[in-house]
Each structure stands twice: as structure tokens, then as C-alpha cells.
Design a protein around this ligand. Structure first.
Ligand code: GLV
Ligand code: GLV
Length: 322
């Protein structure tokens, strides 16, 4: 039987998702490393559905070059890579994969927080260089976590999961978001705090906001200068929320003690000086990178896409059509 729908998948996602799609659709899976704009437009022009990654910019030109397109299923919770207005104007449903990656991402934020505060990566580098000479009273002294103040920027699913994990360290949780989160206030005694105060009082700040025009460079020079010189910044959300050049100065000049970053302003490029800073921990955007989570994301992304093509409602739409 001829399959009814044609779908472009911009990269090989886990089989769990591809199998779901292949049962109903003719798949065009892009297998090379880098998808150029010209290739993207060429592959998409006769497709009904698109399954794409957060690293694929889907702008109005790309959207308008695909007259049959009905659905854009993003293999991510964040969807700042897609021009939502352009998609909505064309009646194209955009979907994402929230929920299933909450715990994996919250775990990575904590892994980074612990790594930067206890200088794990610096220690690892020292061992590999052969510079370890035995126990020393002043070797790689870091920061305590117990009873400290954790500032959460963005108290959605992931920010809340990060806050809940702080209970083991008896931390005071401050949070900032566009609206209050009564559930978080009740469960971990979190305090809704204006941005300026959150920057000034937190010992650790972890970012869990979506990237929008309002959050772009939210953590700028002024914010970094407000932070304690002993504080650490963790970013597992989106790179452009932090002014990377200002952060480099903050780390070099000791305005703050350290930063742990899973996301960068111009991925996959990173500010060249970050690589030479010992008080920066750098990971390659692996917040949701566990086997179980990526399988679950693949299934949801596939189901979202098929639901739209079948004329129904997807589980996780991010725009409203008609
Ligand atoms: C990862 O960054 C995501 O948005 O899913
Ligand atoms: C994303 O899933 C969030 O709401 O934090």
C-alpha cells in the first residue's frame, strides 16, 4: 500500500520514533552531518511533515518554500529555532517534547552545579596531566552546598525539578519567573524574588527559561556584577540567555567563582577564551541525553507529527491554528 504522507526527518533520531513514523509515512531521513539551507529547502518542498532538531533554524523562507507542510515536530522542548508566527500564519502546527526530559535535564543541572562547585573537571584534568602529588590541605578547595541559597531563573517543569532536588542540601530556594509558582513555594519553601535580588543573594544560579526576546542576554554584565564573588552560574537552557563575552570577563576577573555551561550563544562555536578558563565547566548540550529520555522524546515527536497528519490534535502543540 502506498503511504499517504511524506515526512522529512533532519537527522537520525532513535529508532523508537522512526518506526512509528515509518508505519504511516514515506520517510526522507537526512543522514549527513550538516544540513545546509539549500538542502533543507530542497528536501522539504514536497513534504507534509517535518521532524527537526533544535539546531535546525526553521525560518519563514524555509516554511514558505514547503507548500504542503502541515506540521513541524521539534525534537526538543525549546522551540526558539522555529519562526512560530510564520508557521501559524501558514496554518502549520508546531509541536515539542515537554515533560519527558524534565528529570534528565534537572539531573544535568545538578551534575554541573556539583562539578563546578567541587572543581571536578579541574581535578580530572590535573590527574590526566600527571600533576597529582598526593593529598594536600589546600588542593582544589571549592564551595559548600549545604544551607546555601539556590536561585532558579524560570520555575517551569525543569526549574521546579532542579529546585526539588535541592532539599537534600537544605538550601534556601529563590526563584524568578513571569508568574508565581504556588506549588513550588509550598513544596520547597521557594521565595518569589525580583531579579536584582536573586542575582545578589544567590550562591548558585541555575537557568531554566525559554529563549525569547525578553530573556535574550537576561544575564548580562550588570547581572553578573551583582552576583557574589563566590557564586556559580549554571546554564542548561539556551546559550543566548547569557551574554557570553560578559561571562568570560566575569570568570577572568573574579566577579563570580565559576560557571558550568551546557549551552552556548553560537552553538557549536564557543567563546574562545572559555576554553582556557579553569573555572568554567563545559558540556556539549547534553541536558536530555540519556537513552531513556531520547527514546521517549523520539516517540512523542513522532506521535505529535502523526496526530496532525491524521487530522487530529497532537499532545503537545506550541501554537494554535484557526
Ligand atoms: C533541549 O535543549 C531541548 O530544548 O529539548
Ligand atoms: C520545560 O519543560 C519547562 O517547563 O521547564
Amino acid at each position: 500500500m502506498k503511504k499517504k504522507f511524506r515526512v522529512f526527518v533532519t537527522s537520525r533520531i532513535p529508532e523508537a520514533g522512526l518506526q512509528i513514523l515509518a508505519s504511516k509515512c514515506e520517510l526522507d531521513i537526512f543522514a549527513d552531518e550538516k544540513l545546509t539551507r539549500t538542502q533543507f529547502i530542497r528536501h522539504l518542498q514536497d513534504k507534509d511533515g517535518l521532524l527537526c532538531l533544535l539546531s535546525n533554524p526553521v525560518d519563514s523562507e524555509i516554511i514558505d518554500s514547503a507548500p504542503r507542510l502541515k506540521v513541524i515536530s521539534n525534537y526538543a522542548v525549546g522551540y526558539n529555532n522555529i519562526d512560530i508566527q510564520a508557521a501559524t500564519r501558514r496554518g502549520i502546527v508546531v509541536t515539542n517534547t515537554p515533560g519527558v526530559l524534565t528529570d534528565a535535564t534537572a539531573d544535568l543541572a545538578w551534575a554541573l552545579l556539583l562539578a563546578v562547585s567541587r572543581r571536578i573537571v579541574e581535578g580530572d584534568r590535573m590527574m590526566r596531566r600527571g600533576d597529582y602529588r598526593g593529598w594536600e590541605p589546600q588542593l582544589l578547595l571549592g564551595q559548600d552546598l549545604k544551607d546555601k541559597t539556590l536561585g532558579i531563573l524560570g520555575a517551569g517543569r525543569i526549574g521546579s525539578a532542579v529546585a526539588r532536588r535541592s532539599v537534600g542540601w537544605n538550601m534556601q530556594v529563590l526563584y524568578f519567573d513571569r508568574k508565581r509558582n504556588p506549588d513550588l513555594e509550598e513544596k520547597v519553601n521557594a521565595r518569589f524574588t525580583p531579579l536584582n535580588q536573586l542575582f545578589a543573594y544567590s550562591d548558585f544560579i541555575s537557568i531554566h527559561l525559554p529563549l525569547t526576546a525578553e530573556t535574550n542576554h537576561l544575564v548580562d554584565e550588570k547581572a553578573l556584577r551583582r552576583m557574589k564573588s563566590t557564586a556559580c552560574l549554571v546554564n542548561t537552557a539556551r546559550g543566548p540567555i547569557v551574554d557570553e563575552a560578559a561571562l568570560v570577563r566575569a570568570l577572568k576577573e573574579g566577579w563570580i567563582a565559576g560557571a558550568a555551561l551546557d549551552v552556548f550563544e553560537n552553538e557549536p562555536e564557543i567563546h574562545p577564551e572559555l576554553k582556557s578558563l579553569n573555572n568554567a565547566v563545559l558540556t556539549p548540550h547534553i541536558g536530555s541525553a540519556t537513552v531513556g529520555t531520547r527514546n521517549a522524546m523520539a516517540k512523542i515527536a513522532a506521535e505529535n507529527l502523526l496526530a496532525v497528519l491524521a487530522g487530529g490534535k497532537p499532545r503537545f502543540p506550541v501554537n494554535h491554528i484557526g
